[in-house]
Design a binder for this molecule. Sequence first.
Ligand SMILES: NC(=O)c1ccc[n+]([C@@H]2O[C@H](COP(=O)([O-])OP(=O)(O)OC[C@H]3O[C@@H](n4cnc5c(N)ncnc54)[C@H](OP(=O)(O)O)[C@@H]3O)[C@@H](O)[C@H]2O)c1
Length: 246
Amino acid sequence: MNNQPRRTLLLTGASRGIGHATVKRFSAAGWRVITCSRHAFPENCPWEMGPEDHIQVDLSDPADTLRAVDEIKDRLANGELHALVNNAGISPKGQGGARLGTLNTPEEDWRRVFQVNFFAPILLARGLLEELKRTHGAVVNVTSIAGSRVHPFAGAAYATSKAALAGLTREMAADFGRLGVRVNAIAPGEIDTSILSPGTEKIVEQIPMQRLGTPDEVAKIIYVLCTDTSSYLNGAEIHINGGQHV
Ligand SMILES: NC(=O)c1ccc[n+]([C@@H]2O[C@H](COP(=O)([O-])OP(=O)(O)OC[C@H]3O[C@@H](n4cnc5c(N)ncnc54)[C@H](OP(=O)(O)O)[C@@H]3O)[C@@H](O)[C@H]2O)c1
């Protein structure tokens, strides 16, 4: 730990998986982490100041998301935010876990997926721009390998929302970069979390590294993207997938 003033991260979807690993990594490095998700503070994922710094919000509801932005601003010390990690994401399945393609995804699901995976990140980033500018902060959008190829399990709405989020990262890097805020994306492959579908072991056989990634391996790179090690990185999408994309 160094003598820097305590930095603050806003992290969406911290209750499990990659988000849970991310909150632990930043907390261990001395950051204050404000978390957002639909449920109350998860007792199975405790961290220092967790209950006080957890905000319940449904990111599929734009009005609730904007309400949360106001609440977050109120909670920030000196109006300063050092990093925003847009991690919350949803990937609905059909009956019996079936893949939802372009022909059978209900319109309502399509809209909900885009609201959580794509519109919420831009609402949060724009809503907290002044706070990020004050610290020359960083934004990390969590995309997916499914954003750049048809995936056997991830549905069409999920995949297109992640492709859109990758495009948004590029656009934001151009606009926010001029204001001193870096914007990057991280695109995980198959990471050992509850979002994975049965049958993933078949995909693992095709991955050069022959194994799933761990949530902490993703969290470590998110940490780098929010800190000085990546001070000239802007508009990048880092693929973390054991070589699945080659
Ligand atoms: N795991 C993988 O292999 C993989 C691969 C590629 C990309 N990703 C991406 O990585 C990110 C994290 O994935 P994960 O596997 O860790 O996911 P996960 O275990 O399913 O966790 C999703 C998180 O998002 C929150 N969330 C879901 N809907 C929400 C809503 N409407 N409002 C607010 N919060 C909401 C959940 O909390 P609540 O239930 O409390 O709301 C939870 O904390 C996602 O963006 C995912 O698309 C994951």
